[in-house]
Design a protein around this ligand. Structure first.
Ligand SMILES: Cc1ncc(COP(=O)(O)O)c(C=O)c1O
Length: 499
């Protein structure tokens, strides 16, 4: 890695058309380069007057940036001697771009997550979250539901609840999933702390440390986190444009006889792929033949833009090989942490309930009642129509931005539902992690695709949460991405070893 002990002004790229103030762009440039070690401790920064002149900007912008960097302890001014970099102890470490395509193949996920945290700054258009946008959340309706619950239920609303959940909510959930084709009784529904907890409970109840957990490759990052803390081995099944590759799956089933497959078959996170119904049936046949349980995660099922999603696996599961989970985070309120799990009543069910009791006694009694009241008053369908309408507009915006701004040779598919656009960078390009710093310097961030791969593959992939911004911001974000891409290519050609 080349480090920099003198300062190269030509490397600073400022976007004067951006809405982000110039001084903030400067701060981001310095933070990035201090974090990644290019600007090392002791590097002397140019006097504010000189830097302003060289960059063609007002001196006040440089002074403001230096002041803030000083307040953060990243640089120090020494009267008479100059301004110097202090070092990067106060910042997470970041990889510096390398000319070798595979040089960051084994950057641990933790590092990548810390890098991505650097983008959480005002002025950066961030496409990296996994959450629905805050402007979707029906705050007023929930205010009404909260007051209704408190007035109606009084103290029982804030007491403990059954471990399996508040029965009226289980009943409402049964009616809701019946409308998706799932035939079950309220007794088969366990209310959980979000789908995340449901996944964790199932993994704990079915697998032992050291067991294989099959997932798609790439898969939802939260399941990889659970695998890590529960000490099970995630093994990724390659993805096709129609969901996991069933031939590859069968090879693994024959060889390893794993017990559990976790799958997000509809508008998957991170790829946005949906498994068609005929492949769902094939998958169930394989599961029955090889005695495999499938944990179906359907949190994006309702978020379709064009045609409704195919039937959930649970709706066509005749042999009871599917455990279904979903919740209200992606369609209503992530912070209420209400999800559910649907399974046959058998020994696995008993174990899951036992683990649930051990984990948290019960899911918040109050929040269960609030969601139940909201659902009972029939407010969800109208809210979902509204959310889908806005998501469709944002999807259209991301498609036109991708057509206009993504580099040639970057395959991507038009999302038909969910929150994400999945992009592959051209084969000979920098990795998504390498490009990331330049992108953030240009004021745009994305989720680095290798995070979603159990084996660290997918170095040249990235995920865009297009739901998080209105159309004009999506356009601007992609414009910045295109600038970053151009800049990175240019820097790679121009950069010479400095020492
Ligand atoms: C595929 C998938 N499953 C589960 C979750 C977590 O859902 P919840 O908030 O209901 O725990 C997420 C959140 O990003 C997700 O993308």
């Amino acid at each position: 890695m080349t480090v920099q002990t003198s300062f190269i002004t030509s490397e600073i790229t400022l976007d004067k058309e951006s809405e982000e103030p110039i001084y903030q762009q400067l701060i981001r440039y310095f933070e990035m380069n201090i974090a990644n070690g290019r600007l090392q401790q002791g590097t002397r920064l140019p006097p504010s007057r000189d830097l302003a002149r060289q960059l063609g900007i007002g001196r006040i912008s440089v002074v403001s940036a230096y002041n803030e960097l000083q307040a953060k302890g990243l640089i120090s001014a020494h009267p008479g001697r100059g301004t110097f970099v202090n070092g990067n102890e106060n910042l997470p470490m970041m990889p510096y771009q390398s000319t070798s395509a595979t040089s960051y193949g084994n950057v641990p996920n933790q590092n990548i997550r810390e890098i991505m945290r650097l983008a959480e700054k005002p002025g950066v258009i961030s496409f990296n979250s996994g959450a629905p946008p805050p402007d979707f959340l029906p705050v007023e309706s929930f205010r009404w539901a909260i007051e209704t619950v408190l007035q109606r239920d009084g103290v029982s609303a804030i007491s403990y609840e059954d471990a399996e959940g508040y029965m009226p909510l289980r009943e409402v959930t049964r009616d809701y999933v019946t409308s998706q084709g799932i035939d079950c009784r309220a007794e088969n529904i366990l209310i959980t702390g979000g789908a995340q907890q449901a996944i964790d409970l199932v993994i704990q109840s079915i697998l032992m440390p050291g067991d294989i957990l099959l997932t798609a490759n790439p898969t939802y990052i939260g399941v990889l986190d659970i695998a890590h803390v529960r000490r099970v081995n995630p093994v990724g099944v390659p993805m096709t444009s129609e969901g996991i590759d069933l031939r590859a799956l069968e090879d693994i089933l024959m060889e390893h006889r794993p017990k559990l497959l976790y799958l997000n078959p509809t508008f998957s996170n991170p790829m946005g792929v949906t498994m068609p119904i005929h492949r769902r049936r094939q998958l169930l046949r394989l599961a029955e033949e090889y005695n495999l349980l499938i944990l179906e995660d359907a949190v994006y099922h309702e978020l379709h833009f064009d045609a409704p999603a195919p039937l959930p696996l649970k709706a066509i599961d005749e042999q009871g090989v599917v455990i279904h989970t979903s919740g209200f985070s992606k369609i209503l309120l992530p912070g209420t942490r209400i999800g559910y799990l649907i399974a046959h009543k058998n020994t696995v069910w008993d174990r899951i309930v036992h683990v649930k009791q051990a984990a948290d006694i019960c899911t918040s009694s109050f929040n269960q009642r609030v969601v139940n009241t909201y659902m009972k008053h029939g407010r969800l369908p109208g809210h979902l129509d509204h959310v889908r309408h806005i998501l469709r507009q944002r999807r259209d915006a991301v498609v036109s931005a991708a057509e206009k701004y993504l580099p040639e040779g970057s395959p991507w598919e038009v999302p038909t539902g969910g929150l994400y656009l999945w992009v592959e960078l051209p084969k000979d390009s920098p990795t998504a992690a390498e490009l990331y710093m330049t992108a953030v310097q240009h004021g745009v961030a994305y989720a680095i695709g290798s995070l979603f791969h159990p084996n660290g593959d997918g170095q040249r992939t990235l995920r865009i949460n297009f739901a998080s911004h209105p159309p004009e911001v999506i356009q601007e974000g992609f414009r910045r991405f295109a600038n970053a891409w151009r800049d990175f290519q240019q820097q790679s050609v121009e950069r010479k070893p400095l020492l």
